[in-house]
Design a protein around this ligand. Structure first.
Ligand SMILES: [Zn+2]
Length: 113
């Protein structure tokens, strides 16, 4: 199933957030609409985790913070183990990890070709 990676735009002040918060971080508004964040997020920073929490089967885990064209930042797992600051990435839906017998799905970021 194809999932869309969207931001949540405050209907009062227009601030776009990801992930969704109960209240707008700026104006405390509670109504949001989903908006596309656009392709080609830029990698701002990343960290490699070599010591993984128990049950995670994909070492090394690379976590990055990306910034979308609209300015929204999101944190997520990267599919590359050779990330470069400033590289372009796109969100893809997939299996993140396996915890005990449960598979966790979510968005990760893959380099744009
Ligand atoms: Zn707001």
């Amino acid at each position: 199933m194809e999932q869309k990676f969207t931001g949540f735009k405050c209907k009062s002040c227009g601030r776009v957030m990801y992930p969704k918060h109960d209240r707008c971080l700026d104006c405390k508004g509670t109504e949001f609409e989903e908006v596309e964040l656009g392709e080609g997020a830029t990698l701002l920073t990343y960290t490699k985790l070599y010591v993984l929490p128990e049950g995670i089967e994909m070492p090394p885990l690379v976590l990055g913070i990306v910034k979308f064209p609209g300015g929204v930042r999101a944190m997520g797992q990267l599919t590359t183990d050779d990330p470069k600051i400033g590289m372009k990435l796109r969100p893809v839906w997939g299996k993140l990890r396996k915890m005990k017998d449960k598979e966790i799905f979510g968005f990760k970021f893959e380099p744009l070709k």
